[in-house]
Write a protein of this length. Structure first.
Length: 133
């Protein structure tokens, strides 16, 4: 069961969950960014948004995707999207920007700047992150 914060309207696991409480418009995160970057985000969003029980919210810096816990964070940067997902093992066969252990699991980042950069293997790892938590 989830709880919706009355101030920021974010969907959270419970009323006591800590969160950044501010309404942030998704379009504001892409202000001044290229159309290609927005198209790349839209492609990612279309792949993930229809999965069961996914809550999507925005913060001043990123878009957060939550199943039972956060499984995906997309941060629009000047010319790239920084895409963060989690895994139990270090991912193989994926060009990672960085990967590190966080709370007993790997936090992995890859970056894309256009739709063509988004490979099926990336979606597979994001799906595994969704199923992990």
């Amino acid at each position: 069961m989830t709880w919706i914060c009355p101030k920021c309207e974010r969907e959270l696991r419970s009323e006591t969950q800590t969160h950044y409480c501010a309404k942030v418009d998704l379009d504001s995160l892409f202000k001044g960014k290229s159309d290609e970057l927005m198209l790349a985000f839209d492609k990612l969003l279309s792949q993930v948004a229809d999965w069961d029980d996914v809550a999507i919210s925005t913060t001043p810096n990123c878009i957060v995707f939550v199943h039972h816990q956060t499984f995906l964070v997309i941060k629009p940067m000047k010319a790239e999207l920084d895409v963060k997902f989690y895994s139990t093992l270090a991912p193989a066969g994926l060009p990672l920007h960085k990967s590190y252990i966080y709370s007993g699991r790997y936090a992995n980042h890859f970056r894309i700047s256009k739709v063509e950069d988004l490979a099926p293997v990336m979606i597979r790892f994001i799906r595994e992150s969704y199923e992990l938590l």
